[in-house]
Ligand binder design. Sequence first.
Ligand SMILES: NC(=O)c1ccc[n+]([C@@H]2O[C@H](COP(=O)([O-])OP(=O)(O)OC[C@H]3O[C@@H](n4cnc5c(N)ncnc54)[C@H](OP(=O)(O)O)[C@@H]3O)[C@@H](O)[C@H]2O)c1
Length: 326
Amino acid sequence: MTAVAISEPGGPMVLKPEERPVPKPGQGEILIKVKAAGVNRPDVAQRKGIYPPPPGASDLPGLEAAGEVAAIGPGVRRWRLGDQVTALTPGGAYAEYCLVHETNALPIPQGFTFTEAAALPETFFTVWHNVFERGALKPGETLLVHGGSSGIGTTAIQLGTAFGAAVIATAGSAEKCEACLKLGARRAINYRAEDFVLAVKEATEGRGADVILDMVGGDYIERNYAAAAMDGRIVQIAVLGGASAKTDFSKLMVKRLTHTGSTLRPRSIEFKAHIAAELEARVWPLLATRKIAPVMDTIFPLREAWRAHERMEESVHIGKIVLDVA
Ligand SMILES: NC(=O)c1ccc[n+]([C@@H]2O[C@H](COP(=O)([O-])OP(=O)(O)OC[C@H]3O[C@@H](n4cnc5c(N)ncnc54)[C@H](OP(=O)(O)O)[C@@H]3O)[C@@H](O)[C@H]2O)c1
């Protein structure tokens, strides 16, 4: 099969097509004939050599794939040959075939193309767990989403809104802010032009945000504490702006804040299966009626995965970048 591998740590051009043997499904696994694969910021980190695959995962990049079931391992119960699925993978989706545990795959929502379906798993699993489970967002609360125009951000705005929260988003340009508003955000803050702490306070009549989904870290940590409401929950999913910070922790006590975080990729198959089941029950019906849908930015052919990474690193995209593997 043709796959795109990371030939050495480095820039986008280290992503090179190569021939690999088609993997064989083990116990409980299905082999997907990949039609499309989503591109995520963690793939960029893996390419740079700062986010190695967890033990046992493919060395190929790619955390999500949509396609058809092409082979079935022993013990597989749910899927049959030819079924159309979209799946969260621990790696290996930048390829014509990819293995996944059957419980980490979901049916393609009705009416979705393969490229749309491939844009779902990584951000929907991440947002569901971090916003609704760790952050315990409730209807009527305010959710602040940093990086509102990112793959993660566009999903968080839509899910937060669909489940009854008032969403405020930050983004780095007027165009990105406009996109956040179209997705349902009540207020979008261009962080290059406005102080998000003041803007959040203003938008919430001084209360602050109940849940903050943050991928920036660095000096945002202290500012998130300032923008949070009493009993607020701050969920860290990345530290794009820096992994260390000098922070006054007194606000943590005074406001009774919870600061938590997680990374999805190294979690167990069983944990991911639990999120898959939650998503299928509570979110897939919203996708089937298009109440929510992935925001599609650009589609590149698999062999040109380097162009997809280049675009992601330019940070001009809004929503998801996807590879066409057909
Ligand atoms: N913890 C987990 O389980 C998990 C899972 C998936 C993804 N993630 C993380 O979540 C983040 C978003 O992922 P994604 O795939 O949605 O990526 P993406 O679409 O490339 O989004 C990154 C966003 O961050 C914004 N940003 C803010 N400050 C930044 C900075 N200092 N450097 C770079 N970008 C900055 C960028 O736009 P503007 O600055 O213009 O607003 C952009 O919208 C990534 O950091 C990724 O690693 C974490």
